[in-house]
Write a protein of this length. Sequence first.
Length: 412
Amino acid sequence: MELQGKKIVLGVTGGIAAYKAVEIVSRLRKAGAEVHVIMTKEATQFVTELTFREISGQPVAVDMWEKVTHFNVEHIALAQLADLMLIAPATANIIAKAAVGIADDMLSTTLLATKAPIYVAPAMNTNMYENPITQRNIAELRSRGFHIIEPAAGHLACGTSGKGRLPEPVDIVRIVSAALTSQDLTSQPLTCQDLTGQLTGQKILVTAGGTIEPLDPVRYIGNRSTGRMGYAIAEEAARRGAEVVLVSGPTVLEDPAGVRVIRIETARQMREAVLAEFPKAAAVIKSAAVADYRPAAVAEQKIKKSEDDLTLHLVRNPDILYELGQKKEHQVLVGFAAETCKVEEYARKKLAKKNLDFIVANDVSEADAGFGVETNRIKLIDRSGRMTPYPLMSKKELAGIILDHVAEVLEK
Ligand code: PMT
């Protein structure tokens, strides 16, 4: 708990990268810090105040004039309690306001009032970042002692590529921790890690899609999984240098580049493929929707309809993940829990029963999350019981978050 007793005020401004600030809070708390979040009104368009309240365990300040019980959130109080102030993501707007001393909301006012060291992580479209006005404002902040955490280069949410991406939360937390524990950062630039080779040398086994269980030569029992979530994880793991094996149920998706794909149809075929790959895997991420039951018998010929109703007799399929949990040696095991009610409660039960390192709780009752869609909304729960909620984001972005956690457990 290297940040035990440290108080950090985190300013979150209105950029698409605001969701990454949720993970920053989670990581800072894990390291023992007390984190107070100030959001600009624009930031609340991207992530709710409630998410930050839940994850920080503290009231969240947005409005200068709102009445908050339990805690004095006046800008002066926050400015004074901070051992360090961090703004992540910092838009061109907050940078400009800080550069000229505008104080027209809770965040900009607290910035002016604090004497704590201030770390700023700009994140915006490349053209905005490179604009001479923004560059002049950043230079102004530097000259006044602000610490600027360089943005990363890469694919940006606005569809372009270039400099302007918020560095990964793990890197921002590393920089903040070093600052608060007086580590010498002079030899380390305040920049992000390149995650491209992060998982090099590690074999990652991913399952994706739904299994199908035949009834006869033309019919089957299936589910709504398209494989998108698992394919996004496999693709990102390969991009980070892992040797990736993807065991996939039927899908229309193309094989991700650099990934060995094993196609299966039934739960029992998935079990066989997974068990064969398991011994050499460093981590297994089971995002597949596996049928818990299958028809007791598969008719050799197409079942003919009659005047009577038809009753199907189903038998239990093996629980692959449970079996891996029993066999597990060095492997990091990640499960998913797709639920329509009591999501967190059921996810916690599966985490314990299947002996997982962490579980991705997925509320599939929401139209924009879970099966089929390009986006998802998840909560990560680890073995210690810690739960981190994430706002709605693309499955690709969530894949990165899940792999960050895998990498962290692997490192340990
Ligand atoms: O494919 P998409 O359209 O992108 O949708 C993504 C998703 C909704 C399928 C995915 O995000 C998700 O939630 N996957 C888990 C689905 C599921 O079946 O969850 P479950 O709660 O029933 O199973 C719990 C865990 O045990 C899962 O990791 C599952 O892979 C595993 N399991 C379940 C049953 C079984 N017989 N064997 C297993 O290994």
